[in-house]
Ligand binder design. Structure first.
Ligand code: ADP
Ligand code: ADP
Length: 229
């Protein structure tokens, strides 16, 4: 199957105080092939986070269907969830947990048996071995972002989805995060990331879909996309 398959997904947020609802997704369809780095590019307010949140099970879609690794996100929720790791935009850690504890707790959520946990390996992969036992509140912003990526990988999902991974980060950290994403992809993880930086999509992704105002307006390989410009 495709890594992710989205069919005519719509989301209308309920309006408040007599205001009309917001059509955040107006019937979006696309397939994410296995094995690549897929970029969902669009300006703020386009509907990127809504789409990610639908896949993560945090937002209920109004219509349409979606499959993750061939599992329907409604009817086969458990399997669908196990096939995907989500790196959210916002960084939320209990400040008094350590990176090692964050990963062990997350593994616990997923019921990963102790013998199959790879917290040390994941800390090494995101270069946080020397911060293993530091309180999360003492980590730099870059370290926290790297820890979020490790946290999303504890159950070894074949797909990693990153919501605006480099929004508001400096050039050096952006380079580090790109490297990390590329490395994971080389190890066989299918990557999906949202971004509003054309440059990021071009440099990192092999396929780019453009979303604007809740509608998909393009979906091409990066070389096709760049050739058009
Ligand atoms: P993006 O991630 O591309 O910036 P979003 O998915 O966050 O876009 O938002 C798409 C549209 O839906 C925007 O107009 C936004 O204001 C609106 N929106 C997002 N979340 C909510 C919500 N919880 N309630 C109402 N409207 C929302
Ligand atoms: P449940 O559906 O079993 O209640 P939750 O959705 O509350 O599980 O998730 C438990 C923890 O795992 C939370 O910290 C949540 O943010 C995180 N989480 C859930 N799904 C994913 C995912 N696919 N990738 C990474 N973290 C996730």
């Amino acid at each position: 199957p495709s890594a992710i398959s989205i069919r005519d997904v719509q989301k209308t947020y309920a309006g408040t105080k007599g205001e009309p609802g917001k059509h955040a997704l107006k019937g979006v369809s696309f397939e994410v092939p296995q094995g690549g780095i897929f970029g969902l590019l669009g300006p703020n307010g386009a509907g990127k986070s809504t789409l990610i949140n639908v896949l993560a099970g945090l937002v209920t879609k109004s219509a349409g269907s979606a499959e993750i690794w061939g599992f329907d996100i409604d009817d086969q929720r458990r399997n669908a969830k196990r096939a995907i790791g989500i790196v959210p935009q916002e960084i939320v850690f209990d400040p008094f947990f350590t990176p090692y504890e964050v990963l062990e707790n997350q593994a616990g959520f997923y019921g990963v048996p102790k013998a199959e946990r790879r917290s040390e390996e994941l800390l090494a992969a995101v270069r946080l071995t020397d911060k293993r036992d530091a309180y999360a509140r003492t980590l730099s912003g870059g370290m926290k972002r790297r820890l979020l990526i490790a946290k999303a990988m504890v159950h070894s999902p074949p797909i990693l989805v990153l919501d605006e991974p480099t929004a508001g980060v400096d050039v050096e950290l952006r380079r580090q995060l790109w490297e990390l994403v590329t490395e994971l992809n080389r190890q066989g993880v299918t990557i999906v990331l949202t971004t509003h930086y054309l440059e990021e999509a071009e440099q990192l992704c092999d396929r780019i879909a453009i979303i604007n105002n809740g509608e998909l307006i393009a979906n091409k390989t990066t070389s096709e996309m760049v050739g058009m410009a």
